[in-house]
Design a protein around this ligand. Structure first.
Ligand code: GLU
Length: 504
Protein backbone atom coordinates (compact mmCIF):
# COMPACT_ATOMS: atom_id res chain seq x y z
CA UNK A 1 0.00 0.00 0.00
CA UNK A 2 1.68 3.16 -1.15
CA UNK A 3 -0.70 5.85 0.14
CA UNK A 4 -1.13 6.31 3.86
CA UNK A 5 -4.13 4.26 4.95
CA UNK A 6 -7.02 6.44 6.03
CA UNK A 7 -10.33 4.94 7.06
CA UNK A 8 -13.40 6.53 8.51
CA UNK A 9 -16.23 5.51 10.75
CA UNK A 10 -19.17 7.57 9.59
CA UNK A 11 -22.20 7.06 11.82
CA UNK A 12 -25.37 9.11 11.60
CA UNK A 13 -26.28 10.53 15.01
CA UNK A 14 -29.79 9.11 14.98
CA UNK A 15 -29.67 7.38 18.35
CA UNK A 16 -27.39 5.13 20.38
CA UNK A 17 -24.76 3.19 18.50
CA UNK A 18 -25.84 -0.42 17.98
CA UNK A 19 -23.12 -3.06 18.54
CA UNK A 20 -23.21 -3.63 14.77
CA UNK A 21 -21.94 -0.06 14.47
CA UNK A 22 -19.31 -0.72 17.11
CA UNK A 23 -18.17 -3.75 15.09
CA UNK A 24 -17.84 -1.54 11.98
CA UNK A 25 -15.82 0.96 14.01
CA UNK A 26 -13.64 -1.86 15.36
CA UNK A 27 -12.83 -3.31 11.94
CA UNK A 28 -11.94 0.19 10.71
CA UNK A 29 -9.79 0.76 13.79
CA UNK A 30 -7.99 -2.58 13.42
CA UNK A 31 -7.33 -2.00 9.74
CA UNK A 32 -6.01 1.53 10.35
CA UNK A 33 -3.73 0.47 13.19
CA UNK A 34 -2.44 -2.58 11.34
CA UNK A 35 -1.19 -0.38 8.51
CA UNK A 36 -0.12 2.57 10.64
CA UNK A 37 -2.99 4.61 9.23
CA UNK A 38 -5.55 7.10 10.52
CA UNK A 39 -8.91 6.27 12.00
CA UNK A 40 -11.27 9.15 11.27
CA UNK A 41 -14.64 9.82 12.87
CA UNK A 42 -17.10 11.66 10.64
CA UNK A 43 -20.58 12.53 11.82
CA UNK A 44 -23.08 12.15 8.99
CA UNK A 45 -25.85 14.43 10.15
CA UNK A 46 -27.30 15.66 6.86
CA UNK A 47 -30.73 14.24 7.71
CA UNK A 48 -31.83 16.80 10.26
CA UNK A 49 -35.19 15.05 10.78
CA UNK A 50 -33.47 12.04 12.26
CA UNK A 51 -30.93 13.94 14.35
CA UNK A 52 -30.89 12.93 18.00
CA UNK A 53 -29.38 15.20 20.64
CA UNK A 54 -26.57 13.49 22.52
CA UNK A 55 -26.03 10.74 19.96
CA UNK A 56 -22.63 12.06 18.89
CA UNK A 57 -21.48 12.23 22.47
CA UNK A 58 -22.70 8.67 22.98
CA UNK A 59 -20.74 7.47 19.93
CA UNK A 60 -17.52 9.09 21.15
CA UNK A 61 -17.94 7.73 24.68
CA UNK A 62 -18.57 4.26 23.27
CA UNK A 63 -15.39 4.34 21.19
CA UNK A 64 -13.43 5.52 24.21
CA UNK A 65 -14.86 2.83 26.47
CA UNK A 66 -13.93 0.18 23.90
CA UNK A 67 -10.38 1.50 23.86
CA UNK A 68 -10.45 2.59 20.24
CA UNK A 69 -10.49 6.38 20.26
CA UNK A 70 -10.51 8.10 16.87
CA UNK A 71 -7.34 9.81 15.65
CA UNK A 72 -9.11 12.56 13.80
CA UNK A 73 -12.63 13.90 14.07
CA UNK A 74 -14.81 16.48 15.80
CA UNK A 75 -12.57 18.48 18.11
CA UNK A 76 -9.46 16.37 17.50
CA UNK A 77 -6.64 16.82 14.95
CA UNK A 78 -8.93 18.70 12.62
CA UNK A 79 -6.65 18.51 9.57
CA UNK A 80 -9.49 17.68 7.23
CA UNK A 81 -12.26 19.24 9.31
CA UNK A 82 -14.89 20.06 10.02
CA UNK A 83 -16.01 16.48 10.56
CA UNK A 84 -19.72 17.08 11.04
CA UNK A 85 -21.44 17.17 7.68
CA UNK A 86 -23.86 19.83 8.90
CA UNK A 87 -20.82 22.09 9.32
CA UNK A 88 -19.61 21.27 5.81
CA UNK A 89 -22.95 22.21 4.25
CA UNK A 90 -21.44 25.04 2.18
CA UNK A 91 -19.11 22.60 0.41
CA UNK A 92 -21.52 20.29 -1.32
CA UNK A 93 -23.56 22.54 -3.64
CA UNK A 94 -20.57 23.23 -5.83
CA UNK A 95 -20.06 19.51 -6.43
CA UNK A 96 -23.70 19.02 -7.32
CA UNK A 97 -23.37 21.94 -9.75
CA UNK A 98 -20.26 20.38 -11.26
CA UNK A 99 -22.18 17.20 -11.95
CA UNK A 100 -24.95 19.17 -13.64
CA UNK A 101 -22.39 21.02 -15.74
CA UNK A 102 -20.76 17.76 -16.82
CA UNK A 103 -24.14 16.25 -17.73
CA UNK A 104 -24.08 13.72 -14.88
CA UNK A 105 -26.93 15.24 -12.89
CA UNK A 106 -30.07 17.25 -13.46
CA UNK A 107 -32.69 19.30 -11.67
CA UNK A 108 -36.00 17.61 -10.98
CA UNK A 109 -39.09 19.59 -9.98
CA UNK A 110 -41.58 16.78 -9.45
CA UNK A 111 -43.61 17.38 -6.33
CA UNK A 112 -44.04 14.78 -3.63
CA UNK A 113 -47.69 14.39 -4.74
CA UNK A 114 -46.73 13.78 -8.36
CA UNK A 115 -44.17 11.17 -7.41
CA UNK A 116 -46.63 9.54 -5.07
CA UNK A 117 -49.22 9.34 -7.85
CA UNK A 118 -46.60 7.73 -10.14
CA UNK A 119 -45.73 5.25 -7.43
CA UNK A 120 -49.37 4.33 -6.81
CA UNK A 121 -50.07 4.07 -10.52
CA UNK A 122 -47.20 1.64 -10.94
CA UNK A 123 -48.25 -0.36 -7.90
CA UNK A 124 -51.77 -0.72 -9.31
CA UNK A 125 -50.20 -2.36 -12.34
CA UNK A 126 -47.99 -4.55 -10.18
CA UNK A 127 -44.87 -2.60 -11.09
CA UNK A 128 -42.34 -0.62 -9.07
CA UNK A 129 -41.73 2.96 -9.94
CA UNK A 130 -38.14 3.93 -10.55
CA UNK A 131 -37.00 7.31 -11.71
CA UNK A 132 -34.33 6.70 -14.35
CA UNK A 133 -33.46 6.52 -18.06
CA UNK A 134 -36.70 4.77 -19.00
CA UNK A 135 -39.00 7.59 -17.92
CA UNK A 136 -36.95 10.69 -17.10
CA UNK A 137 -37.26 12.15 -20.58
CA UNK A 138 -40.73 10.93 -21.49
CA UNK A 139 -42.50 14.10 -20.44
CA UNK A 140 -44.48 12.88 -17.42
CA UNK A 141 -41.66 13.81 -15.09
CA UNK A 142 -40.60 17.42 -14.74
CA UNK A 143 -36.86 17.94 -14.90
CA UNK A 144 -34.14 19.93 -16.60
CA UNK A 145 -33.64 17.14 -19.15
CA UNK A 146 -37.02 17.97 -20.70
CA UNK A 147 -37.36 21.65 -19.81
CA UNK A 148 -35.38 24.27 -21.67
CA UNK A 149 -32.55 25.98 -19.88
CA UNK A 150 -34.63 29.15 -19.57
CA UNK A 151 -37.59 27.21 -18.13
CA UNK A 152 -35.37 25.50 -15.62
CA UNK A 153 -33.80 28.78 -14.57
CA UNK A 154 -37.19 30.45 -14.26
CA UNK A 155 -38.45 27.67 -11.97
CA UNK A 156 -35.43 27.89 -9.72
CA UNK A 157 -35.67 31.67 -9.56
CA UNK A 158 -39.38 31.45 -8.78
CA UNK A 159 -38.42 29.42 -5.73
CA UNK A 160 -39.92 26.11 -6.89
CA UNK A 161 -38.76 23.17 -4.83
CA UNK A 162 -36.27 21.00 -6.66
CA UNK A 163 -33.85 18.20 -6.10
CA UNK A 164 -30.70 17.37 -8.01
CA UNK A 165 -30.70 13.80 -9.27
CA UNK A 166 -27.83 11.72 -10.52
CA UNK A 167 -28.23 10.76 -14.16
CA UNK A 168 -27.54 7.02 -14.10
CA UNK A 169 -26.08 5.85 -17.37
CA UNK A 170 -28.13 3.70 -19.71
CA UNK A 171 -26.98 0.37 -21.13
CA UNK A 172 -23.68 0.11 -19.32
CA UNK A 173 -22.20 -2.73 -17.38
CA UNK A 174 -20.45 -1.52 -14.30
CA UNK A 175 -17.55 -3.45 -12.75
CA UNK A 176 -17.50 -3.26 -8.98
CA UNK A 177 -14.86 -4.60 -6.64
CA UNK A 178 -15.14 -5.32 -2.95
CA UNK A 179 -12.29 -6.68 -0.85
CA UNK A 180 -14.59 -9.15 0.89
CA UNK A 181 -16.98 -9.97 -1.93
CA UNK A 182 -14.70 -9.88 -4.95
CA UNK A 183 -15.85 -8.65 -8.35
CA UNK A 184 -19.45 -7.88 -9.19
CA UNK A 185 -21.11 -6.72 -12.40
CA UNK A 186 -24.11 -4.38 -12.42
CA UNK A 187 -26.38 -3.50 -15.31
CA UNK A 188 -26.81 0.27 -14.91
CA UNK A 189 -30.32 0.06 -16.34
CA UNK A 190 -31.59 -1.24 -12.99
CA UNK A 191 -30.34 1.80 -11.07
CA UNK A 192 -32.57 4.70 -10.17
CA UNK A 193 -31.56 8.33 -10.39
CA UNK A 194 -30.86 8.96 -6.73
CA UNK A 195 -31.36 12.38 -5.21
CA UNK A 196 -28.01 14.03 -4.46
CA UNK A 197 -29.09 17.44 -3.29
CA UNK A 198 -32.25 19.09 -2.03
CA UNK A 199 -33.45 22.66 -2.40
CA UNK A 200 -33.20 23.12 1.38
CA UNK A 201 -29.47 23.35 0.73
CA UNK A 202 -28.63 19.95 2.15
CA UNK A 203 -26.87 17.18 0.26
CA UNK A 204 -28.15 13.64 0.67
CA UNK A 205 -26.04 10.93 2.20
CA UNK A 206 -24.73 9.76 -1.19
CA UNK A 207 -23.28 13.05 -2.33
CA UNK A 208 -21.91 14.13 1.04
CA UNK A 209 -20.38 10.71 1.63
CA UNK A 210 -18.49 10.63 -1.67
CA UNK A 211 -17.36 14.24 -1.51
CA UNK A 212 -16.12 13.83 2.06
CA UNK A 213 -14.37 10.53 1.45
CA UNK A 214 -12.59 12.22 -1.43
CA UNK A 215 -11.70 15.43 0.42
CA UNK A 216 -10.66 13.54 3.54
CA UNK A 217 -8.42 11.30 1.42
CA UNK A 218 -10.07 8.11 2.60
CA UNK A 219 -8.31 5.08 1.11
CA UNK A 220 -10.61 2.29 2.34
CA UNK A 221 -14.34 2.36 2.99
CA UNK A 222 -15.19 -0.37 5.48
CA UNK A 223 -18.88 -0.42 6.31
CA UNK A 224 -21.90 -2.65 6.82
CA UNK A 225 -23.46 -4.83 4.15
CA UNK A 226 -26.57 -2.65 4.13
CA UNK A 227 -24.58 -0.16 2.04
CA UNK A 228 -23.66 -2.65 -0.68
CA UNK A 229 -26.67 -1.65 -2.83
CA UNK A 230 -25.28 1.92 -2.84
CA UNK A 231 -21.88 0.84 -4.12
CA UNK A 232 -22.83 1.11 -7.80
CA UNK A 233 -24.01 4.70 -7.38
CA UNK A 234 -20.93 5.57 -5.37
CA UNK A 235 -18.63 4.11 -8.00
CA UNK A 236 -20.53 6.04 -10.69
CA UNK A 237 -20.15 9.23 -8.70
CA UNK A 238 -16.39 8.74 -8.44
CA UNK A 239 -16.29 8.12 -12.18
CA UNK A 240 -18.39 11.21 -12.88
CA UNK A 241 -16.12 13.40 -10.77
CA UNK A 242 -13.04 11.82 -12.31
CA UNK A 243 -11.75 10.83 -8.86
CA UNK A 244 -10.04 7.62 -7.83
CA UNK A 245 -12.45 5.62 -5.73
CA UNK A 246 -11.28 4.21 -2.40
CA UNK A 247 -11.27 0.45 -1.94
CA UNK A 248 -14.47 -0.96 -0.49
CA UNK A 249 -15.14 -3.68 2.06
CA UNK A 250 -18.73 -4.44 3.05
CA UNK A 251 -18.93 -6.31 6.34
CA UNK A 252 -21.40 -9.16 6.84
CA UNK A 253 -24.64 -8.63 8.71
CA UNK A 254 -24.90 -9.54 12.37
CA UNK A 255 -27.70 -12.06 12.67
CA UNK A 256 -30.12 -12.89 15.49
CA UNK A 257 -29.12 -15.72 17.85
CA UNK A 258 -31.45 -17.99 15.83
CA UNK A 259 -29.38 -17.19 12.73
CA UNK A 260 -32.44 -15.83 10.91
CA UNK A 261 -32.63 -12.11 10.20
CA UNK A 262 -30.71 -9.07 11.37
CA UNK A 263 -30.00 -8.64 15.07
CA UNK A 264 -32.28 -5.99 16.51
CA UNK A 265 -32.79 -4.25 19.80
CA UNK A 266 -35.97 -6.25 20.24
CA UNK A 267 -33.99 -9.52 20.18
CA UNK A 268 -31.90 -8.16 23.02
CA UNK A 269 -34.95 -7.15 25.05
CA UNK A 270 -36.59 -10.52 24.43
CA UNK A 271 -33.57 -12.64 25.29
CA UNK A 272 -32.11 -10.39 27.97
CA UNK A 273 -28.87 -9.15 26.48
CA UNK A 274 -27.77 -5.62 25.59
CA UNK A 275 -27.32 -4.52 21.98
CA UNK A 276 -25.70 -1.21 22.92
CA UNK A 277 -22.21 -0.64 24.31
CA UNK A 278 -23.36 1.84 26.96
CA UNK A 279 -26.67 2.33 28.71
CA UNK A 280 -28.86 4.77 26.84
CA UNK A 281 -31.78 6.83 28.02
CA UNK A 282 -34.02 7.96 25.19
CA UNK A 283 -35.82 11.30 25.23
CA UNK A 284 -39.02 9.51 26.27
CA UNK A 285 -37.21 8.13 29.30
CA UNK A 286 -36.88 4.51 28.15
CA UNK A 287 -33.59 3.03 29.22
CA UNK A 288 -31.71 0.54 27.06
CA UNK A 289 -29.13 -1.69 28.69
CA UNK A 290 -25.46 -1.35 27.89
CA UNK A 291 -22.62 -3.86 27.94
CA UNK A 292 -20.67 -1.61 30.27
CA UNK A 293 -23.42 -1.32 32.86
CA UNK A 294 -24.22 -5.02 32.55
CA UNK A 295 -20.73 -5.72 33.82
CA UNK A 296 -18.86 -6.60 30.64
CA UNK A 297 -15.18 -5.80 30.31
CA UNK A 298 -14.47 -3.72 27.21
CA UNK A 299 -11.79 -6.27 26.24
CA UNK A 300 -14.44 -9.00 26.18
CA UNK A 301 -16.78 -6.91 24.05
CA UNK A 302 -14.02 -6.12 21.57
CA UNK A 303 -13.02 -9.76 21.43
CA UNK A 304 -16.51 -11.08 20.75
CA UNK A 305 -17.21 -8.34 18.21
CA UNK A 306 -14.01 -9.20 16.32
CA UNK A 307 -15.30 -12.73 15.89
CA UNK A 308 -18.56 -11.51 14.37
CA UNK A 309 -17.48 -11.89 10.79
CA UNK A 310 -13.75 -12.43 11.19
CA UNK A 311 -11.71 -15.39 12.38
CA UNK A 312 -7.96 -15.86 12.69
CA UNK A 313 -7.98 -19.24 10.94
CA UNK A 314 -6.60 -20.91 14.08
CA UNK A 315 -8.12 -22.26 17.29
CA UNK A 316 -7.15 -19.15 19.25
CA UNK A 317 -10.15 -17.27 20.61
CA UNK A 318 -8.74 -14.86 23.17
CA UNK A 319 -7.28 -11.79 21.51
CA UNK A 320 -6.29 -8.52 23.10
CA UNK A 321 -6.81 -5.40 21.03
CA UNK A 322 -3.07 -5.38 20.21
CA UNK A 323 -3.20 -8.99 19.06
CA UNK A 324 -6.25 -8.23 16.94
CA UNK A 325 -4.39 -5.37 15.30
CA UNK A 326 -1.53 -7.72 14.51
CA UNK A 327 -3.66 -10.57 13.18
CA UNK A 328 -6.61 -8.77 11.59
CA UNK A 329 -7.00 -9.18 7.86
CA UNK A 330 -9.94 -8.11 5.70
CA UNK A 331 -9.24 -11.16 3.55
CA UNK A 332 -10.36 -13.29 6.49
CA UNK A 333 -13.72 -11.53 6.85
CA UNK A 334 -16.66 -13.69 5.77
CA UNK A 335 -19.36 -12.81 3.30
CA UNK A 336 -21.99 -14.78 5.17
CA UNK A 337 -23.88 -13.18 8.07
CA UNK A 338 -22.41 -13.69 11.54
CA UNK A 339 -24.73 -15.21 14.13
CA UNK A 340 -24.73 -13.36 17.45
CA UNK A 341 -24.38 -15.76 20.37
CA UNK A 342 -25.16 -14.20 23.78
CA UNK A 343 -23.73 -17.22 25.61
CA UNK A 344 -20.44 -16.81 23.83
CA UNK A 345 -20.25 -13.15 24.88
CA UNK A 346 -20.62 -14.33 28.48
CA UNK A 347 -17.93 -16.91 27.93
CA UNK A 348 -15.58 -14.18 26.76
CA UNK A 349 -16.39 -12.10 29.82
CA UNK A 350 -15.68 -15.03 32.08
CA UNK A 351 -12.32 -15.51 30.39
CA UNK A 352 -11.39 -11.85 30.80
CA UNK A 353 -12.56 -11.94 34.42
CA UNK A 354 -9.81 -14.49 35.12
CA UNK A 355 -7.21 -12.10 33.71
CA UNK A 356 -8.19 -9.17 35.90
CA UNK A 357 -6.24 -8.32 39.04
CA UNK A 358 -8.10 -9.43 42.16
CA UNK A 359 -7.53 -6.01 43.70
CA UNK A 360 -9.14 -4.23 40.73
CA UNK A 361 -12.12 -6.55 40.84
CA UNK A 362 -12.34 -6.06 44.60
CA UNK A 363 -12.52 -2.30 44.15
CA UNK A 364 -15.41 -2.63 41.70
CA UNK A 365 -17.11 -5.17 43.97
CA UNK A 366 -16.76 -2.97 47.04
CA UNK A 367 -18.10 0.06 45.19
CA UNK A 368 -21.29 -1.72 44.15
CA UNK A 369 -21.97 -3.74 47.34
CA UNK A 370 -23.13 -1.66 50.34
CA UNK A 371 -22.34 -4.54 52.74
CA UNK A 372 -18.66 -4.09 51.91
CA UNK A 373 -18.42 -0.40 52.72
CA UNK A 374 -16.32 -0.94 55.86
CA UNK A 375 -14.33 -3.94 54.70
CA UNK A 376 -10.66 -3.69 53.79
CA UNK A 377 -10.33 -3.94 50.02
CA UNK A 378 -7.27 -6.19 50.38
CA UNK A 379 -9.35 -8.68 52.31
CA UNK A 380 -12.04 -8.51 49.61
CA UNK A 381 -9.34 -9.16 47.01
CA UNK A 382 -8.38 -12.40 48.80
CA UNK A 383 -11.97 -13.61 48.66
CA UNK A 384 -12.29 -12.57 45.00
CA UNK A 385 -9.26 -14.71 44.17
CA UNK A 386 -11.11 -17.73 45.50
CA UNK A 387 -14.43 -17.25 43.74
CA UNK A 388 -13.82 -15.48 40.44
CA UNK A 389 -13.34 -18.72 38.53
CA UNK A 390 -17.04 -19.32 39.03
CA UNK A 391 -18.14 -15.80 38.09
CA UNK A 392 -19.04 -14.20 34.77
CA UNK A 393 -19.74 -10.73 36.15
CA UNK A 394 -18.75 -8.83 39.27
CA UNK A 395 -22.48 -8.84 40.02
CA UNK A 396 -22.16 -12.60 40.61
CA UNK A 397 -19.63 -12.05 43.38
CA UNK A 398 -21.93 -11.45 46.32
CA UNK A 399 -23.83 -14.70 45.87
CA UNK A 400 -20.54 -16.54 45.59
CA UNK A 401 -18.82 -14.87 48.53
CA UNK A 402 -21.24 -13.34 51.06
CA UNK A 403 -20.17 -15.89 53.71
CA UNK A 404 -16.71 -14.30 53.83
CA UNK A 405 -18.36 -11.18 55.17
CA UNK A 406 -21.47 -12.28 57.08
CA UNK A 407 -22.32 -15.42 59.02
CA UNK A 408 -25.20 -17.55 57.73
CA UNK A 409 -28.53 -16.52 59.17
CA UNK A 410 -30.23 -19.73 58.02
CA UNK A 411 -29.22 -23.12 56.71
CA UNK A 412 -30.35 -24.34 53.34
CA UNK A 413 -33.00 -27.00 53.94
CA UNK A 414 -31.85 -29.55 51.39
CA UNK A 415 -28.24 -29.10 52.43
CA UNK A 416 -29.15 -29.56 56.08
CA UNK A 417 -30.89 -32.83 55.32
CA UNK A 418 -27.83 -34.06 53.53
CA UNK A 419 -25.24 -32.82 55.98
CA UNK A 420 -26.82 -33.25 59.39
CA UNK A 421 -26.78 -36.84 60.58
CA UNK A 422 -26.78 -38.58 63.94
CA UNK A 423 -23.57 -37.69 65.68
CA UNK A 424 -23.00 -34.47 63.75
CA UNK A 425 -23.18 -32.34 66.91
CA UNK A 426 -20.45 -34.42 68.59
CA UNK A 427 -18.28 -34.36 65.49
CA UNK A 428 -18.62 -30.58 65.18
CA UNK A 429 -17.81 -30.11 68.87
CA UNK A 430 -14.60 -32.02 68.24
CA UNK A 431 -13.87 -29.85 65.18
CA UNK A 432 -14.25 -26.75 67.36
CA UNK A 433 -11.58 -28.20 69.65
CA UNK A 434 -9.29 -28.90 66.70
CA UNK A 435 -9.73 -25.37 65.41
CA UNK A 436 -9.04 -23.93 68.82
CA UNK A 437 -5.79 -25.84 69.23
CA UNK A 438 -4.52 -24.78 65.82
CA UNK A 439 -2.10 -22.18 67.10
CA UNK A 440 -0.65 -21.00 63.82
CA UNK A 441 -3.94 -20.50 61.97
CA UNK A 442 -2.95 -21.38 58.40
CA UNK A 443 -4.74 -23.34 55.69
CA UNK A 444 -2.04 -26.05 55.89
CA UNK A 445 -2.21 -26.45 59.65
CA UNK A 446 -6.01 -26.59 59.63
CA UNK A 447 -5.90 -29.18 56.91
CA UNK A 448 -3.32 -31.30 58.71
CA UNK A 449 -5.19 -31.20 62.00
CA UNK A 450 -8.70 -31.80 60.73
CA UNK A 451 -7.90 -34.26 57.93
CA UNK A 452 -5.46 -36.07 60.21
CA UNK A 453 -8.12 -36.47 62.86
CA UNK A 454 -10.63 -37.77 60.26
CA UNK A 455 -8.21 -40.42 58.97
CA UNK A 456 -6.98 -41.42 62.41
CA UNK A 457 -10.53 -42.02 63.58
CA UNK A 458 -11.75 -43.52 60.35
CA UNK A 459 -14.72 -41.14 60.06
CA UNK A 460 -16.11 -40.55 56.59
CA UNK A 461 -14.90 -37.25 55.14
CA UNK A 462 -18.42 -36.22 54.20
CA UNK A 463 -19.58 -36.60 57.79
CA UNK A 464 -17.19 -33.86 58.82
CA UNK A 465 -16.76 -31.70 55.77
CA UNK A 466 -20.44 -31.35 54.87
CA UNK A 467 -21.68 -30.05 58.24
CA UNK A 468 -18.55 -27.95 58.52
CA UNK A 469 -19.31 -26.31 55.20
CA UNK A 470 -22.95 -25.87 56.19
CA UNK A 471 -21.84 -24.11 59.37
CA UNK A 472 -19.54 -21.74 57.52
CA UNK A 473 -21.57 -21.03 54.39
CA UNK A 474 -25.17 -21.94 55.22
CA UNK A 475 -25.26 -24.18 52.14
CA UNK A 476 -23.14 -26.85 50.49
CA UNK A 477 -21.45 -24.37 48.21
CA UNK A 478 -18.36 -22.23 48.04
CA UNK A 479 -14.64 -22.64 47.66
CA UNK A 480 -12.39 -24.86 49.77
CA UNK A 481 -13.55 -25.08 53.40
CA UNK A 482 -10.05 -24.55 54.76
CA UNK A 483 -9.63 -21.39 52.69
CA UNK A 484 -12.90 -20.08 54.11
CA UNK A 485 -11.87 -20.85 57.71
CA UNK A 486 -8.51 -19.21 57.20
CA UNK A 487 -10.01 -16.03 55.75
CA UNK A 488 -12.82 -15.54 58.24
CA UNK A 489 -10.41 -16.32 61.08
CA UNK A 490 -10.35 -18.56 64.12
CA UNK A 491 -12.91 -16.76 66.30
CA UNK A 492 -15.48 -16.44 63.54
CA UNK A 493 -14.97 -20.09 62.51
CA UNK A 494 -15.61 -21.28 66.04
CA UNK A 495 -18.64 -19.02 66.38
CA UNK A 496 -20.21 -20.38 63.22
CA UNK A 497 -19.66 -24.04 64.12
CA UNK A 498 -21.07 -23.39 67.60
CA UNK A 499 -24.13 -21.79 66.04
CA UNK A 500 -24.71 -24.89 63.92
CA UNK A 501 -24.33 -27.20 66.90
CA UNK A 502 -26.84 -25.11 68.80
CA UNK A 503 -29.32 -25.28 65.97
CA UNK A 504 -29.27 -29.07 65.75
N1 GLU B 1 -23.80 7.37 7.65
C1 GLU B 1 -23.80 6.02 7.22
C2 GLU B 1 -24.30 5.17 8.38
O1 GLU B 1 -24.87 5.69 9.27
C3 GLU B 1 -22.40 5.64 6.81
C4 GLU B 1 -22.33 4.67 5.68
C5 GLU B 1 -20.92 4.61 5.17
O2 GLU B 1 -20.03 4.23 5.95
O3 GLU B 1 -20.70 4.93 4.03
O4 GLU B 1 -24.15 3.98 8.44
Amino acid sequence: MSKKVRVRFAPSPTGPLHIGGVRTALFNYLFAKKYGGDFVLRIEDTDQNRYVEGAEDYIIKSLDWCGMPFDEGPGKNEKFGPYRQSERKHLYKQYADDLIASGNAYYAFDTAEQLDAERKGHEAEGKTFIYNWHNREKGRLVNSLVLTEAETKAKIEAGDDYVIRFKSPQDETLQLTDIIRGNMKIDTNVLDDKVLFKSDGMPTYHLANIVDDHLMEITHVIRGEEWLPSLALHQLLYNAFGWDAPEFAHLPLILKPTGKGKLSKRDGDKMGFPVFPLEYTATDGTVSRGYKEDGYFPEAVINFLAFLGWNPGTEQEIFSLEQLVADFDLARVNKAGARFDPDKTKWFNHQYMQQQLDLDLAKTFKARQPELADIDVNYIALTVGLIKERATFVSDFWDLSHFFFTAPTAYDEKASKKALKEGTADIMTKVIELVNVTEDFTVENLQTNIKGWITDNDIGFGKVMMPLRLALVGALQGPDVFDIMYLIGKAETVKRIEALVKSI
